[in-house]
Design a protein around this ligand. Structure first.
Ligand code: GLC
Length: 365
């Protein structure tokens, strides 16, 4: 889209103040309720212009990805029903995905006291997962997930967070270029705005000592929500950063019946039909992420989106397809949340793909 009328810009400013993920709060209504102006898909879709800068080219390696969720970011692998298997990586590769995002709860496998040593056996296990992916030419986004204490009390945990990253970055410094780091999943509560900007900057500086060029992925506060992109301040001079956001709107649809979201049983039965207004809502949200990316000259990665299995499968497939295609039309790379648990694109008990979701994600494969 070349020209954006002032009305749309104004509407973006007013309406971009919404959160994507609010487990403890009254959930928001759909973010877009009425507008006389339609936002068309950017053109040409789905091959948007990608700047010819190294980080934009590298970010394309992520392409279409999937999160290996509920495994290594559970308190212990297996505690949430998923133990990673070698065959999963092959299935993911054969299906046509380009990357995996591996969420990891490093904080549960490291000492509480300085020097906050990460357990060797845990490193071995993460190495195994990373190598399974890299050896199949799947790009890896390795993150830090569910460091619950730091969201509540960033000051007390900053030193430990940085020590964990010092170890992780040193450990992987000689790994393939296809390994990307992501600083922290969904910073929220006390870790937003300046406190997050400051900590992220410190972590980036530290990682750069051992990994000068490796892509580092950073997302905004408020659970990586689009509405907090404008508060995210990144080191201007660092040209190897990718910016991520997560998308679960409408939350009452994607999280209906989710056991970890109180009150969500009341949303059971919420459908998503792909109506004009529903599609506009996604385009509207993604347009503001895209404008931010262009203004700041950073590639954008939609690192999580998905609708929980308690929603009807037709709505889930329609929504998943609409989000993935809209992301691609704006030039975002993406990773579906997630492979084989409650949002799963694969059913490990049947040992079968969840075809409506897989086809929604990868329609040409
Ligand atoms: C976030 C959480 C993850 C949850 C997902 C969907 O990534 O970290 O645990 O399953 O969002 O709610």
């Amino acid at each position: 889209m070349n020209k954006i009328c002032p009305f749309i810009l104004l509407t973006i400013l007013v309406m971009s103040c919404h959160s994507i993920y609010e487990p403890q709060q009254t959930p928001k209504q759909p973010s877009f309720t009425s507008s006389p102006t339609k936002i068309p898909m950017p053109s040409p879709a789905p091959s948007p212009t990608i700047p010819n800068k190294p980080i934009f080219q590298k970010s394309l390696w992520i392409g279409r990805g999937v999160n290996l969720g509920n495994a290594l970011e559970a308190p212990e692998e297996g505690a949430w029903g998923v133990v990673l298997q070698e065959e999963y990586f092959q299935l993911i590769k054969d299906a046509g995905f380009n990357s995996v995002r591996i969420p990891v709860r490093w904080s549960a496998h490291a000492d509480q006291q300085a020097p906050f040593t990460i357990q060797t056996a845990f490193f071995d296990r993460v190495d195994w997962a990373v190598n399974q992916a890299i050896s199949r030419d799947l790009t890896v986004v390795l993150n830090m997930h569910h460091y619950e204490e730091i969201y509540e009390d960033p000051k007390s945990h900053a030193q430990r967070f940085l020590a964990l990253w010092a170890q992780i970055s040193d450990h992987y410094k000689n790994y393939s270029d296809h390994l990307f780091f992501e600083l922290l999943n969904e910073p929220h509560n006390a870790l937003i705005l300046e406190s997050w900007n400051h900590l992220a900057q410190e972590a980036i500086t530290l990682i750069r000592k051992t990994n000068p060029d490796r892509p580092i992925i950073v997302g905004p506060g408020d659970w990586n929500s689009i509405s907090h992109l404008d508060y995210l301040k990144l080191p201007e001079e660092d040209q190897n950063l990718i910016v991520t956001f997560h998308y679960y709107q409408p939350f009452r649809f994607t999280h209906q019946g989710a056991e970890w979201v109180s009150g969500s049983n009341a949303w059971l039965g919420t459908r998503w039909n792909g109506s004009d207004i529903e599609l506009q809502s996604i385009r509207f949200d993604f347009l503001s992420a895209s404008l931010w990316g262009k203004a700041h000259n950073r590639p954008i990665y939609l690192g999580e989106f998905g609708a929980y299995s308690k929603a009807d499968i037709d709505s889930r497939a329609l929504w998943t397809s609409a989000v993935a295609r809209t992301a691609e039309a704006y030039g975002f790379t993406w990773a579906y949340w997630e492979f084989c648990a409650g949002f799963g694109v694969y059913d490990p008990s049947l040992r079968q793909w969840n075809l409506p979701i897989k086809n929604a994600l990868l329609p040409d494969e």
